[in-house]
Design a protein around this ligand. Structure first.
Ligand SMILES: [Zn+2]
Length: 164
C-alpha cells in the first residue's frame, strides 16, 4: 500500500478491530524530517497493528524501518542511518484521564485517540522521535573534532588567541 497524505484511520476502532495496515512511504513525503536529512531519497517500510492489551486498553503498534541519509551536524555531509522504530502507543480517548506519568509503562507511550488520525503524521512523529539529536559521523564526533566542545572551553579560546 502506498501512503498518501490524506489517509486517516479511526484509531480506537482500528485497535478494537485489531486491524493491520502496511506499506511503503517515500522519504520525501515525510516533510517534517527534511531539516535533518542530507537528501530525501529512498523509502521506508511501515506497519501499523491495532489491538488491546491485557487490560483491554486499545493500542497501536507502529513500526517503521529503512535507511535515512541524515546530515552530519559537524561536516554537513550525508550520514547513513538505519532506522528501526517499534512503538507501542496507548490510545487515550478524548475525555479519558491521561495516564499518571509515574504509573506509565515505559514500553508504551500514550497518545490522544483521534477519529481521524492522519496515518502519515503518526508515522512521521515516531520517526522524528527515533532520530539522534545530534547525528555525527564517528570521526566527526571525536574529541577535538567537535566544534562546540572546543568553543565551550575558555582555555581553548585562550589557546586560539595565543596562536595569533
Ligand atoms: Zn561528519
Amino acid at each position: 500500500m502506498k501512503l498518501i497524505d490524506d489517509y486517516f484511520i479511526n484509531s480506537i476502532k482500528f485497535a478494537f478491530e485489531a486491524r493491520h495496515l502496511a506499506g511503503e512511504v517515500p522519504v520525501n513525503c515525510l516533510r517534517r524530517l527534511s531539516d535533518a536529512l542530507a537528501d530525501d531519497e529512498g523509502k521506508l517500510a511501515w506497519e501499523v497493528q491495532g489491538g488491546r492489551d491485557d487490560e483491554g486498553k486499545p493500542y497501536l503498534l507502529v513500526e517503521v524501518s529503512g535507511e535515512l541519509h541524515l546530515r552530519c551536524q559537524r561536516c554537513l555531509a550525508a550520514l547513513d542511518f538505519a532506522l528501526s522504530v517499534r512503538s507501542h502507543l496507548q490510545l487515550v480517548a478524548p475525555g479519558q484521564d491521561w495516564p499518571d506519568e509515574s504509573l506509565e509503562d515505559d514500553r508504551s507511550d500514550p497518545i490522544e485517540a483521534l477519529e481521524e488520525q492522519p496515518l502519515l503524521a503518526l508515522l512521521e512523529d515516531e520517526v522524528l522521535l527515533a532520530l539522534p539529536i545530534a547525528p555525527r559521523h564517528e570521526i566527526c564526533a571525536l574529541p577535538g573534532y567537535a566544534e562546540d566542545s572546543v568553543a565551550a572551553s575558555p582555555f581553548a579560546a585562550l589557546a586560539q588567541l595565543k596562536k595569533h
